[in-house]
Write a protein that binds this ligand. Structure first.
Ligand code: TYD
Length: 232
């Protein structure tokens, strides 16, 4: 893959903390995002749980289109649809929450576009990343939790779940192998931002590890500044 480095993009500028979850389909990231959100709320933190695509009304319509449209969507159009959802979601939901001091826990963000559209669909990874940075006026997460899991095991989980596959889930094993490799490469480039965990571990073990990592981040001096004020 092309090296998508962190040259452009800024971390959260407001007082909140922006935490994203990434991973292949069936990696368990949605479960872990929910559990982290519950942990934060139980700890008395102001938190918001959201997702892409589909974190707004407009985004919900884009989600239906990009995941369930029956005909072909060319890769560049697909990339633009995810970027459009992201632009609206970040401007209307995520930035205002961060500015109010909220911890935003988000299921998928720009790394998904780099992995799925940039590498899976074989567009240019750097260009796809630039597109998302343009769409979001350069917002990068403070922390990205990557759930890494063998793509065949993940496929087994999806099959067992017995729900209809979306356009991306329906891609073949090669596609999902490329996506997994891309996520790991991104984590390697931005070691400070990524926290990589083994998605095959038991749910409770993973949840405890992720919560502990986030609690430590909140307690660190830089992040403490980010989440201390506002409604906390
Ligand atoms: P997700 O909501 O995680 O799926 P589900 O709720 O069914 O578990 O993501 C939907 C699909 O969208 C997933 O296959 C990954 C894909 N995707 C992209 O290809 N690019 C993106 O930028 C994003 C955010 C998601």
């Amino acid at each position: 893959m092309t090296d998508a480095t962190a040259e452009a993009g800024e971390r959260t500028t407001g007082r909140g903390l922006f935490i994203t979850f990434e991973g292949g389909d069936g990696s368990g990231k949605s479960t872990q995002a929910s559990l982290l959100y519950e942990h934060l709320v139980e700890s008395g933190r102001a938190a918001l749980h959201t997702r892409e695509p589909g974190g707004t009304d407009v985004g919900h319509e884009i989600r239906e289109l990009v995941l369930h449209h029956r005909g072909d969507i060319v890769p560049r159009a697909e990339a633009l649809l995810y970027a459009a959802d992201r632009a609206h979601h970040i401007a209307t939901v995520v930035r205002p929450a961060l500015e109010a001091g909220t911890i935003v826990v988000q299921d998928r963000y720009l790394d998904s576009s780099v992995a799925y559209q940039g590498v899976g669909r074989e567009l240019d990874a750097v260009e796809v990343r630039e597109l998302s940075l343009w769409a979001t006026q350069n917002l990068l997460p403070d922390l990205t939790v990557l759930l890494d899991i063998d793509e065949a095991d993940a496929r087994g989980r999806l099959d067992a779940a017995n729900k209809r596959f979306d356009r991306l889930e329906a891609q073949g094993a090669d596609f999902h192998a490329r996506v997994r490799t891309a996520f790991l490469a991104l984590a390697e480039v931005e070691k400070d931002r990524f926290f990589v965990v083994d998605g095959s571990e038991p749910v409770e073990v993973l949840a405890a590890r992720i919560s502990a990592h986030v609690d430590a981040l909140i307690a660190s001096p830089a992040a403490a500044h980010a989440v201390d004020s506002g409604s906390l």
